[in-house]
Ligand binder design. Structure first.
Ligand code: NI
Length: 170
């Protein structure tokens, strides 16, 4: 089971398209989006995705009702703030991550094998307390050396059998 992980797409359509192409070429089974899609119109791009997408809201998602409606049209789902997902025997927490203390609490709770968050636009993959912690960064506006840049964004691929993840530049 391969899971595509992305976050903070912030309406940059060419980056969203590039992410979808990458996920399709890697044949992921599911995509998780950690928030800040922003405008409902950008959701239409996910029609080209070959698998289901599940999202959580981020601090810039001002109209969750419209986002949910547009996502439903492409077979996707939107949860408010947080999602707990069980795939096989693996428990995944997905949240945007604007409160680092909440992310830390999820990691330390012992209830999850994988914790995914975004918001910082800084990609990282690490192990903490035997939890795989994934921040895919932003596919649209990555922060490099403390500066917001356009392009060379990142996404991640999570391999649940191997319990490993990798970052991909798009
Ligand atoms: Ni954010």
């Amino acid at each position: 089971m391969l899971i595509g992980v992305m976050s903070d797409s912030h309406d940059r359509l060419e980056a969203i398209r590039a992410a979808i192409e990458k996920f399709n070429s890697e044949s992921v089974d599911l995509v998780l989006h950690a928030g800040d899609i922003v405008s409902p119109f950008s959701v239409r791009e996910f029609e080209k995705l070959n698998c289901k997408i599940i999202c959580v809201t981020g601090n810039n998602d001002g109209d969750p009702t419209a986002l949910r409606k547009f996502l439903a049209k492409v077979g996707g789902e939107l949860e408010d703030i947080f999602l707990k997902l069980e795939v096989g025997d693996k428990r995944i927490a997905l949240t945007h991550g604007e409160w680092p203390e909440v992310v830390e609490a999820l990691i330390l709770s012992g209830k999850y094998d994988v914790v995914i968050n975004g918001h910082s636009h800084e990609a990282s993959i690490r192990k903490q307390n035997n939890v795989l912690v994934i921040n895919p960064g932003s596919c649209s506006y990555p922060i490099v050396d403390g500066v917001v840049t356009i392009g060379k964004g990142t996404i991640a691929i999570l391999d649940l059998e191997k319990m490993s993840a990798k970052l991909l530049k798009i």
